[in-house]
Design a protein around this ligand. Sequence first.
Ligand code: ADP
Ligand code: MG
Length: 265
Amino acid sequence: MSTPLVDSALDSDPAAVRIRGLTAGYQGCPAVTGIDVDVEPGEVVILFGPSGCGKSTILRAVAGLLAPIAGTIEIDGIPIEGTSAERALVFQEDALLPWRSAQANVELALALRGVPRARRRTEASVLIERVGLAGFARHLPRQLSGGMRQRVQLARTLASRPRVMLMDEPFGALDAQTRASMQALVLEVWSQYRTSVLFVTHDVNEAVLLGDRICVLTSRPARLSAVVDVAKDADASAAVEQIELALAAARAIEPSQSTSSSVGS
Ligand code: ADP
Ligand code: MG
């Protein structure tokens, strides 16, 4: 694959993700069934649903870490085969190398992408600065707070220029204030480094803040219960209400849980 090695600030080429009839699970037992999701190039699509419903399972399948039981996953119309650097998975726990500084962790991602040694330092510095860590480049991960490590992880992910970012509740372990600043940061970098995003959360406000579209999942085995479009200039509470209604409707049709929903209509 040809990679333009000019400037880390250049766009990557965001991919189209198409998931059709995805059934995936463990030991042949489905955790998610019949999932259809599209991510258009540059779009941020949220997988939203209760804990344990199968959100991470969908993300693992798209990352190529888990083979589907049924269904297809395509990137720009081509079925995925295993893992690939163009699909970057970002977790809650950072995956930084503890003995490498923030800067060196980012430089490693550039090296893996084939960026010549002479350019890695400058490119890494640009990324470190971009995520608000100028002055901390020489720190080891253990010398940084959880939020700062997530920033390094974001810089490292951007350094690998993914065409799709698969983010699995990346800010779940952060305190509310740090979480808010990370949310603002990802909105900024997503607009700058164009990439498609599939983002998992069970926080409705995070879903509405970050997403262009929100796929609401039922509890396990997850099915798609609704897709909510979020107009950025519209009233966020209207989108929240749509999501809550979809969740309540999904609960109402589940035979095992016929309790009344806590959401008013
Ligand atoms: P979510 O991310 O929505 O919280 P997961 O996708 O992690 O949910 O899990 C969906 C279901 O699959 C859960 O019931 C979970 O217990 C089960 N599960 C997850 N990982 C494994 C695994 N490695 N082996 C067996 N079952 C698993
Ligand atoms: Mg999960």
